[in-house]
Every structure is written in C-alpha cells, then in structure tokens.
Design a protein around this ligand. Structure first.
Ligand code: NDP
Length: 328
C-alpha cells in the first residue's frame, strides 16, 4: 500500500476550501489510486468552521482519505506537507490601498513560507490561490530559501479554463478540441489570454476566429473580468470553479500535460520572453514527472507583446512594493 500524500490547505473553512477539500479527498487532485492525509490550516476564528467541514469529510467515508488534522499554527500545518494549497488570504476591502493589501498578505505569506521552509517535506509543491496570488507566492518563496524556487507557483489555471470555454463558445468547438492556449502575466485584470498559438481541432485559433476586434474588445475583457461577472450574477464569488482550477493545476503538475498540448502556470521567471527573472508570472508550460518547463521559441506578435509587457510591468511594481515593505 502507498504512503499517503500530505496535503495542506490554508483557508480551509472558506468558500474555495469547501469546494476543494471534497475533491482532494475523492482522488481528483493526485489520482484515483493515491491516498491522502489532509492538514487544514486556519486562523483561530476559522477553526470551528474547519472542524465542521472535517466532520462532513468523515461522513463521506472516502476510501482514499487517511486522516484529517486541523491547525492554527503554520509550523504544525505544513509539517511533512508534500503539497500545499495556499487559499486563505486577506481580501481587498473598500478603500484599501494596494500597499495595505500587500502588507496584510505579507503578514500571512511570509510566516507560511518560513514554516514551509522549516517543516515541509523535501518534495513540497506549493500552489498559491489567495490574491494577489502571484505576489503572495513571491513573498512565500522568498521566505523559503532552502526550497527550490520553482516549487512556488501561482494559479492562472482558472483564467486558462475560462479562456478555453469562451473560445469554444465563440467557434462552436468542443472544449477538448482546444489546445495550447496561454495565459501570460499576472492573475489580475491585466492578464493576457493568448490565442495566437492556440489550436482548435488542429487549426490556428486566431485564424479560425479571424476577428481581432472580438479578441481585443470582447474575449480578453470577458476572461479578465469573469470573476466580477460571477459575483454580480451569483451574489458570491467563483468558489467552485476556482477550486476546480486548483485541482487541475496540481493534477497537471504532478501527472503531466498531454502530448501536443500545454497549460498555464504562474511560475518564477527564468528571463524567458523578456519577463524579468524572479517575478512569478504566468507562462505556457509543459509538465512531466512532477516538473514543468516553459514552452520556448514562440513567436510573439505586436498585439501580444504590448499586453504581456503591461501585465509584467504590474508584477514588477508589485514586487518593488513588497520589497520596499521589507517582505522580500
Ligand atoms: P474564498 O475561499 O472565497 O477565497 C480565498 C482566496 O482565494 C481569496 O484571496 C480570493 O481572492 C482568492 N481567489 C483566487 N481566485 C479566485 C476566484 N476565481 N474566485 C474567488 N476567489 C479567488 O474566501 P473566504 O473568505 O470564503 O475564505 C477565506 C478563508 O481563509 C477564511 O476561512 C479565513 O479564515 C481563512 N484565512 C486563513 C488564513 C490562514 O490559514 N493563515 C489567512 C487568512 C484567511 P479575492 O479576495 O481577490 O477574491
């Protein structure tokens, strides 16, 4: 029998946590034959609700779930963690300046990075979901100097999945026919969903769409503002689709991309495509055997270049701001 994989989830009592934990426990994160132990991390006010969720997890009698522990101390929560999903974050509230948001999240992600550094398993893989996700991932990574930097990633898979769905609707294609879509940059309104290298049933997606105005004025803003549209419609944020994307991100990282396809992940830049080294930016990546590689050699046209540069500039500003706050 396999040793269970330890999965730590922060913000476990939140909306995304509630949609996420049951799918992890039922085998969707790592595979239908991989037993898991859940380590739920919450702030003290979230502990009781996390216990309630743990009761429901018990009541599912999931065959793969080999234990649930709940903590409010990151040093305990990340002990032995093989996978960490950092979901809990400080949301932006009305009138909050960016500096306040970054420093409040620094207070969460810096100690979590340090706890991962000290206590996680050697093969730890980290996905940051809590916003601002890319910069929160950078803060955690900087606080974990003994962990290889590439193990810290930020989620742009929801944007990736949203873009595939919009493209399928526009062209009448099935979502499974769409390959090689890329999200570049920050998980924010500046993100750039790139269809110029994407394929729809083997044909170039930009040529199939053949409508640059639709790309610029409808597709890109629809993908970038989808979160707000869902809040408007549901009266609550996109928790289930965010949880689904977190599952997809880790599953693809661990189990690999399909031949001829790639995915999008926020990862520490190695300088590829003119993105400054070190910032955590979204790239097209292939994955294999638990490792990812940036897809190289793509031709970036002017339309794409301007948009990638704008999103990367925002990430550089965020990095400079957290550096100034002493968080790096
Ligand atoms: P959610 O579970 O709805 O969201 C959690 C985080 O995910 C937020 O930062 C949110 O960003 C982000 N997020 C990223 N992508 C999406 C998306 N597509 N749709 C919605 N959210 C997205 O928040 P809740 O308030 O329900 O729960 C948060 C929980 O975290 C609480 O239980 C709280 O106690 C806990 N917490 C735990 C901490 C810890 O473990 N140390 C620290 C801080 C909080 P955005 O705000 O931009 O929507």
């Amino acid at each position: 029998t396999r040793t269970p994989v330890n999965v730590t989830v922060t913000g476990a009592a939140g909306q995304i946590g509630y949609a996420l934990l049951f799918r992890i426990a039922s085998g969707h994160l790592l595979g239908a034959d991989v037993p898991v132990k859940l380590r739920l991390l919450e702030i003290p006010q979230g502990m009781k609700a996390a216990e309630g969720t743990a009761m429901e997890l018990d009541d599912c009698a999931f065959p793969l779930l080999k234990g649930i522990d709940i903590f409010d101390d990151p040093n305990k929560g990340f002990e032995g963690a093989n996978v960490a999903l950092l979901v809990g974050a400080r949301p932006r509230t009305a009138g909050m300046e960016r500096g306040d948001l970054l420093s409040a999240n620094g207070g969460i992600f810096k100690p979590q990075g340090a706890a991962i550094n000290a206590h996680a398993a050697d093969d730890i893989k980290v996905l940051v979901v809590g916003n601002p996700a890319n910069t929160n991932a950078l803060i955690a990574q900087a606080a974990a100097p003994d962990v290889p930097a590439e193990r810290f990633t930020a989620m742009t898979r929801l944007d990736h999945n949203r873009a595939i769905s919009q493209l399928a609707k526009k062209t009448g294609a099935d979502v499974t026919d769409i390959k090689r879509l890329t999200i570049w940059g920050n998980h924010s309104a500046t993100q750039y969903p790139d269809v110029f290298h994407a394929e729809i049933a083997g044909k170039n997606a930009a040529e199939v769409v053949n409508d640059e105005l639709w790309l610029a004025d409808t597709f890109i803003p629809t993908v970038a503002k989808r979160g707000a549209a869902i809040i408007d419609a549901r009266g609550a944020s996109s928790a289930a689709s965010a949880a689904n994307a977190a599952i997809d991100h880790v599953h693809t990282w661990v189990n690999g991309t399909a031949a001829g396809d790639w995915t999008s992940m926020g990862i520490p830049s190695d300088g590829s495509y003119g993105v400054p080294e070190g910032i955590i930016s979204s790239f097209p990546v292939t994955t294999k055997d638990g490792k990812y590689e940036i897809v190289q050699g793509l031709d970036i046209n002017e339309f794409s270049r301007a948009r990638i540069d704008a999103s990367v500039a925002e990430l550089v500003e965020e990095r400079d701001a957290v550096r100034e706050l002493g968080l790096l």
